[in-house]
Design a protein around this ligand. Structure first.
Ligand code: AMP
Length: 444
């Protein structure tokens, strides 16, 4: 399988550090509010990818962090007049509920930043010792000018990106504009941890390298996140860990997911154009939302709109309906489809291309009355990766017969009979939804 590596700017075949095993880390949320559907797009993209890597029999250890201490958390907790740790704990829990409700289950372990304080402090001590880090009046900073390779991931050395400005560490005593904070000295009445160099709290980037060093060691296979994290966050992680361990590359493959937009603008709390996942899940099934995410390549932007979501719902109905109406005639077209489907996923996880192959196959089967047991097994495989299909709808034979009769009545324009049959189906506990030339049955 090939994936696009942001570090080398090429598609590369995945070749694990240890045969058959992949250590993967994806940046999790900063827990001070409910996540929006843009955040959820990134987490679901990696859920799909990890499910697929496991399908390919890699043994994947997938860790995600929860940033549970940060300026944003402290500010939001102050506003709510709550203790910051209790405040972030509440949103950690909400996040895990959201992930479960959306069907994201691939993560092996979530680790909170505050659980790794010992290694955060140890990493800063090692950076001070090697003189990559220095003290100012308000904290400890990483000196980017000592690292000749700083900028190798993003191609940047200074903070130029609009999307990075919210997380710039400013201090009047910094040696370089781009130096980033490793440790913020405690302010009065602010939450802090004891450390040999001074009481305080960690900077953002050190939290992740402390977790991954503890979980995986100084080097690992795949690091993911959304595209806005390339700079300065991921650049800083590389600088820190490679300075500490001297082992390169810190991470072999860097994968970055594109944004979810609304009205052609990145969905973001600061712009105010957000829909929480919690709210969308009240209106749409998790399967529809997942399928909507899969409708775009993970590296491309995806536009949220009611219409696009409706299209995903219709596409999914088409697949579910096809599964419900399978007969028992597979032919060689299935093998051709399987090959093309997996070839698309093997090519940097090209989901739109993979599902296009599925829809072509459905059209072929509908036209030629094909698709049987082996087709069903293939769709179950697909579902193990994406968790979008509905196999639990055990529709009794009797109901299917009524639905077929109704389809015929509709074709004959016998509306009275068609209505009577719909009422009978409903009375027996099923909904029937009309589709062009077919129908979809669901239990009430
Ligand atoms: P945060 O809680 O701000 O640290 O964000 C959590 C994750 O969601 C990070 O990987 C962000 O880059 C990602 N993210 C934020 N906004 C969007 C968006 N509109 N589309 C996709 N991913 C996003």
């Amino acid at each position: 399988m090939k994936i696009y590596n942001t570090l080398t700017k090429k598609k590369e075949t995945i070749n694990p550090l240890e045969k058959g095993k992949l250590n993967i880390f994806v940046c999790g949320p900063t827990t001070y509010n409910l996540i929006h559907i843009g955040n959820a797009r990134t987490f679901t993209s990696f859920d799909f990818i990890v499910n697929y890597l496991r399908h390919k029999t890699f043994r994947v250890n997938y860790i995600q962090n929860l940033t549970d201490i940060d300026d944003k958390i402290i500010n939001a907790a102050n506003e709510a007049k709550e203790d910051p740790l209790k405040f972030s704990e509440k949103y950690c829990k909400e996040f895990l509920i959201d992930m479960k409700d959306l069907g994201n289950t691939a993560v092996s372990k979530y680790v909170k930043s505050t659980e790794e304080m010992k290694n955060i402090i140890s990493q800063i001590e090692r950076l001070l010792e090697k003189e990559f880090a220095y003290k100012t009046n308000d904290g400890i900073y990483f000196n980017i000018s000592i690292d000749p390779e700083y900028g190798k991931l993003s191609g940047r050395t200074a903070l130029q990106a609009e999307d990075a400005v919210t997380r710039v560490d400013s201090s009047s005593e910094k040696k370089n504009k781009g130096d980033f904070c490793l440790w913020k000295f405690a302010k009065e009445n602010e939450i802090s941890w004891d450390a040999p160099f001074s009481k305080g709290r960690p900077g953002w980037h050190i939290e992740d390298t402390a977790i991954t060093e503890k979980e995986f060691g100084p080097q690992y296979d795949i690091h993911g996140g959304a595209i806005d994290l390339i700079f300065p966050h991921h650049e800083a992680e590389i600088a820190q860990m490679e300075a500490i361990s001297n082992k390169k590359p810190f991470v072999k493959y860097w994968m970055h997911a594109g944004f979810l937009d609304m009205k052609k603008e990145k969905m973001s709390k600061s712009i105010g154009n957000i829909i929480t996942l919690r709210d969308l899940l009240k209106q749409q099934s998790k399967e529809t939302i997942r399928f909507f995410y899969a409708s775009a390549h993970y590296r491309n932007r995806i536009e949220y709109s009611e219409e696009n979501l409706e299209n995903s719902k219709n596409g999914l109905d088409r697949i579910n309906n096809f599964i419900l109406n399978l007969n028992n005639q597979d032919d060689k077209e299935l093998e051709t489809t399987k090959k093309a489907f997996y070839a698309a996923l093997d090519d940097d996880f090209n989901t739109p291309e993979a599902f296009a192959k599925i829809f072509e196959y459905i059209s072929y089967c509908n036209k030629n009355k094909k698709g049987g047991k082996d087709t069903l097994s293939f769709f179950k495989e697909v579902n193990n990766i994406f968790k979008i299909l509905n196999f639990n709808q055990e529709i009794p034979e009797e109901i299917i017969k009524l639905a077929e009769k109704r389809l015929k009545a509709k074709k004959d324009k016998n509306w009275e009979k068609s209505d009577q049959l719909r009422d009978q189906i409903q009375a027996k506990g099923f909904q029937i939804e009309d589709k062009e030339d077919s129908y979809l049955l669901r239990p009430n």
